[in-house]
Design a protein around this ligand. Structure first.
Ligand SMILES: [Zn+2]
Length: 144
C-alpha cells in the first residue's frame, strides 16, 4: 500500500480519487468527492505499445491493465499508469470507457457518491471469459 503514489494516481484525473483495497478484486479506485453523471473522470495513462506487445504481455497474466485502441496500438497502465489501472470490472458499472482519437477516456455513467468504488464494464478482455467475476451485482454475468 505504501508504494501507491497519490500524485501518480491523480495524473490525468479530473475528479478526486484514491486507491485502496476493494471487495471486488485486489485494489480498487474510489471516488473521494461527489461526481455527477456524465462527468469526464479522466484519461487512461500508461505506456503506449503495439497490440502485438499487448497480447504478449497479457498472456497468462492474472492482473492486466491494458486497453487496446483498435488501431494496432494499446496502452499498458501497469507501466507509468494512473489510477485507472486499478479500476475494477462490474457487470453493473458506474463508469464507462470511450476510445476517442487514440485516447481512452472515462466518464461517470450516473451520479457517484464519495467513497463509492469506480467500476466499468471491461467488455471483451484478454482473460477471454476465463476469470470469475466478483462484482456482486444482481446482473453479474459470472465471468470476465
Ligand atoms: Zn459481475
Amino acid at each position: 500500500m505504501a508504494s501507491i503514489d497519490q500524485q501518480q494516481i491523480s495524473a490525468g484525473m479530473r475528479v478526486g480519487v484514491e486507491v485502496r483495497r476493494s471487495s471486488i478484486d485486489g485494489l480498487g479506485l474510489f471516488a473521494t468527492e461527489p461526481i455527477r453523471g456524465r462527468t469526464k473522470l479522466g484519461d487512461f495513462v500508461g505506456e503506449r505499445i503495439s497490440e502485438r506487445t499487448a497480447r504478449k504481455r497479457a498472456k497468462g497474466a492474472r492482473r492486466i491493465a491494458i486497453v487496446e485502441l483498435g488501431n494496432g496500438t494499446a496502452i499498458d497502465a501497469s507501466v507509468g499508469g494512473n489510477g485507472f489501472r486499478y479500476i475494477n470490472h462490474s457487470c453493473a458499472p458506474n463508469s464507462y470507457m470511450r476510445i476517442i482519437r487514440n485516447n481512452v477516456e472515462f466518464y461517470a455513467l450516473r451520479d457517484i457518491a464519495p467513497g463509492e468504488e469506480l467500476t466499468c464494464n471491461y467488455g471483451e478482455t484478454h482473460h477471454e471469459g476465463t476469470l470469475g467475476c466478483r462484482c456482486g451485482s444482481a446482473e453479474c454475468r459470472g465471468m470476465i
